[in-house]
Ligand binder design. Structure first.
Ligand SMILES: Cc1cc2nc3c(=O)[nH]c(=O)nc-3n(C[C@H](O)[C@H](O)[C@H](O)COP(=O)(O)OP(=O)(O)OC[C@H]3O[C@@H](n4cnc5c(N)ncnc54)[C@H](O)[C@@H]3O)c2cc1C
Length: 384
């Protein structure tokens, strides 16, 4: 067993942690005030390499190992949870395009993704199909050398600001087996967007996407027709560990701030930190956060080894955001009335993290996956 990061990974950790502290944390509250991120800022973060992590080197990316991607993701979130979604969606889509897209689609989109010039989304969820994702009804019909898309996607991260997305649409009857993936440029005629008033993570402009007779070249089909759902799940698997690490990074930063605060705050003539009722809460959350972190990194390590990691991914995904949200909540209380102010970043972090207890699969769905792996497919409630 080996629990240490390599020398190179430690350097990445230090570099991104410093960047997050100096550049991201002081500006974190902007998104709550309704500010929108500019392309110049996105390109500045792209210089850290976070957009091209899984873009192959020939297209300008790093083809980084998954543990390194996890480290960057965790550290970014210490400064601003929102930024980790650029990394996550960039990784998922690069992975799928590199594995399954036509060479001309790879050549057009992967270099733009690596430089941060193209912000990407994944559009699976629909108004009537979330946890039951194989039940989607958005249709893609082949007409000559094009597909025509019609339908509505709901709750899509970057709906308001993405340039393109991987859109899952039905090409045949049936459940998951009739679903295909398409790279859809969002400036195509017939695409429209509606941004939600989200409780948190407002940089993401989460919202709905509408496809009204959207015509896209047949070459933009990614992978096999009707194989899109299973291909996408490959990326959803490793991304669950990244969602967990993003939440855990935000929580760990909150704990570190709370340690400093409670050392300085005097109550009953002594530092708050000297009371075990305070220090033991911090000790408990450090334990829970580290436990969730280990399962998330184990998932990414398994992915790097080419081994199955579905169960670890689901474990990390339900546990990471949950213990993170609980830890941040405790940090708010330990700050007393200051913790209930928007002058400190705790309540914003809490709202951001809670969204990702839901996004990318709810705790119930994750436990269903763990149970399926443990009991076997014959004992699941769902049949295709
Ligand atoms: C912040 C955020 C970002 C998101 N980003 C994206 C994105 O980029 N792309 C995208 O495609 N989607 C995205 N989503 C959508 C997300 O994947 C779905 O919200 C999620 O899968 C749940 O689906 P739903 O909201 O329809 O809830 P439902 O499926 O209606 O579930 C409602 C509740 O019932 C529970 N439940 C459902 N089925 C069962 C069951 N069998 N047993 C027990 N309990 C059950 C769920 O756990 C949940 O608590 C995002 C969501 C959020 C909140």
């Amino acid at each position: 067993m080996e629990f240490t990061f390599t020398e190179e990974q430690r350097l990445v950790q230090q570099t991104v942690r410093q960047f997050a502290k100096d550049k991201l944390l002081p500006n974190y509250s902007r998104w709550d005030r309704g500010e929108k991120i500019g392309r110049a800022e996105i390109r500045e973060v792209a210089e850290l390499g976070i957009f091209g992590l899984r873009v192959p080197e020939q297209f300008g990316g790093q083809n980084a190992d998954f543990v390194t991607c996890g480290i960057m993701n965790e550290e970014l979130s210490r400064g601003d949870f929102n930024y980790s979604l650029f990394l996550q969606l960039g990784m998922m889509i690069a992975e799928l395009l590199a594995a399954y897209a036509q060479p001309e689609v790879q050549a057009e989109w992967l270099p733009r993704m690596a430089t941060g010039d193209a912000v990407m989304a994944i559009a699976l969820t629909e108004p009537a199909a979330g946890s039951d994702a194989a039940n989607i009804t958005t249709r893609a019909v082949k007409t000559g050398d094009a597909y025509v898309l019609n339908g509505e996607k709901a709750s899509i991260t970057f709906a308001g600001n993405a340039d393109a997305g991987l859109v899952l649409a039905r090409t045949a009857k049936g459940g998951a087996r009739g679903i295909s993936a398409f790279l859809v440029p969002f400036d195509a005629p017939g695409v429209s967007r509606q941004v939600y008033n989200s409780a948190g993570a407002r940089l993401h402009q989460r919202g709905s996407l509408f496809f009204d007779n959207v015509r896209i070249p047949a070459a933009y089909l990614v992978g096999d027709e009707s194989g899109g759902f299973y291909q996408a799940m490959i990326a959803f698997d490793f991304n669950r560990a990244l969602v967990a690490l993003a939440a855990l990074g935000a929580a760990r930063q909150s704990i570190d701030e709370t340690i400093e605060y409670t050392k300085g705050r005097q109550v009953f003539g002594k530092p708050l930190a000297t009371f075990e009722g305070v220090a033991f809460q911090v000790a408990e959350y450090l334990t829970l956060l580290e436990t969730a972190r280990l399962v998330a990194y184990k998932c990414l390590w398994l992915k790097d080894q080419g081994q199955r990691h579905t169960q670890e991914a689901a474990m990390a995904k339900w546990m990471g955001p949950k213990v993170s949200a609980e830890a941040i909540h405790a940090c708010m209380i330990l700050h007393g009335h200051y913790g209930y102010s928007m002058e400190v970043p705790l309540e914003q972090r809490w709202r951001d993290v809670v969204g990702f207890e839901i996004g990318d699969g709810t705790p119930e769905v994750m436990k269903g996956i763990i149970a399926r792996e443990a009991f076997g497919k014959a004992y699941t409630a769902y049949k295709e």
